[in-house]
Design a protein around this ligand. Structure first.
Ligand code: DAH
Length: 343
């Protein structure tokens, strides 16, 4: 047994020395394997016990066991220490300063045209209107003829048109959608149709592309009173509760009678100002009772059903409501203009 003593002492010294060098996790793992692993130095020492005389074995076994216990303890303490150190290093590395100001994301703004469409849709949806989105490319029939505006009708002059060739054109009015709706659905009909329309006009209050919102109601017993009542409600919701409406006689081929609808000036309350050009009234839309001929063209019996229709320019409403003096601002996408509509 005496000759094995140096081995025990040597292993102990070697382990102690190694642990003093502050090994990394990997180095520790390898060293542990070397001394304590299967076939490692300490278990091998145990195996040599059988070479000893029987009376020396218990004392030797005890010593080797003590060595193993000591080594295991030292390794696990060292392991704990490096792991804690590594964790600490990671904390330092990933440290965040919670007092730094947050990253803010700039909020966009809805385009004023979108704001108006959304507002109108919600007002009319509240009255039970369904949304119908028509098509921007139409035929002459849907845009004009079915709307009681045959070729050579003088009313065509009111709406210059982009013709696409053949029978096709870019719709000049969302009214074209009325015909599709009435062809495909039996009354009761109650639709609202927002969309882009096109006319070759270009100045401060006109653009070759602009947007309209069309409304159509067809049922038994619909009268001009229904139109007026609905318009009052619309005007109050969109321009303010004190606003009144008035109907002026007008002409559209697809309505009879036709009216132009004014609202009392929401800027001056009707006294007369710059916005209403001193008249106290502002024109906001065209409307009327659906012409019998249009109902007939769409297969609806005008003796059984009547209806009203209305159409307004979205940009015009946006300009009035937000005090915008040049329509081009609505199409240029200038951020300095648009960001003023940020909620
Ligand atoms: N479509 C007409 C225009 O673009 C507006 C209009 C007037 C629509 C009267 C209607 C209506 O539905 O009844 O000028």
């Amino acid at each position: 047994m005496e000759e094995m003593k140096p081995d025990i002492a040597g292993i102990k010294a070697a382990v102690a020395l190694l642990l003093e060098t502050e090994p990394s996790v990997e180095e520790l793992r390898a060293a542990k394997l070397k001394y304590l692993g299967k076939g490692g130095e300490i278990p091998s020492l145990m195996k040599r016990m059988k070479d000893l005389p029987a009376d020396e074995r218990p004392a030797f076994g005890k010593e080797v066991n003590e060595l193993r216990g000591w080594a295991e303890e030292r390794f696990s303490a060292a392991e704990k220490k490096v792991k804690a150190a590594e964790m600490q290093a990671r904390y330092e590395r990933e440290r965040i300063d919670v007092t730094l100001p947050g990253k803010t994301r700039k909020k966009g703004a809805y385009h004023p045209g979108t704001l108006i469409v959304d507002e109108l849709v919600s007002v009319f949806a509240g009255m039970g209107f369904e949304i119908y989105e028509g098509r921007e490319i139409e035929t002459d029939y849907y845009n004009f003829t079915a709307l009681n505006t045959p070729k050579d009708h003088p009313a065509r002059d009111m709406q210059d048109t982009f013709y696409l060739g053949g029978d096709f054109l870019l719709r000049t009015q969302t009214s074209a959608g009325q015909v599709h709706v009435m062809e495909n659905k039996k009354p009761p009909i109650k639709i609202l149709s927002p969309g882009k329309v096109y006319r070759p006009d270009d100045d401060a209050t006109h653009s070759p592309m602009f947007s309209q919102m069309e409304g159509l109601v067809v049922d038994k017993g619909i009268t001009l009173c229904d139109l007026k009542g609905m318009l009052d409600e619309f005007a109050k919701k969109v321009f303010g509760s004190g606003v009144k409406t008035r109907l002026r006689p007008s002409f559209f081929p697809f309505t009879e009678p036709s009216v132009e609808v004014d609202v009392s000036c929401f800027e001056c309350g009707g006294k007369g100002c710059k916005l209403c050009k001193g008249t106290g009234w502002i024109e906001v839309l065209g409307a009327g009772m659906v012409n019998r001929a249009v109902l007939e063209n769409c297969g609806i019996d005008p003796d059984e059903y009547t209806g009203f229709a209305f159409g307004m320019g979205i940009e015009r409403i946006a300009m009035l409501k937000y005090g915008i003096n040049n329509m081009k601002l609505l199409f240029e996408g200038d951020v300095r203009f648009l960001k003023q509509f940020r909620a």
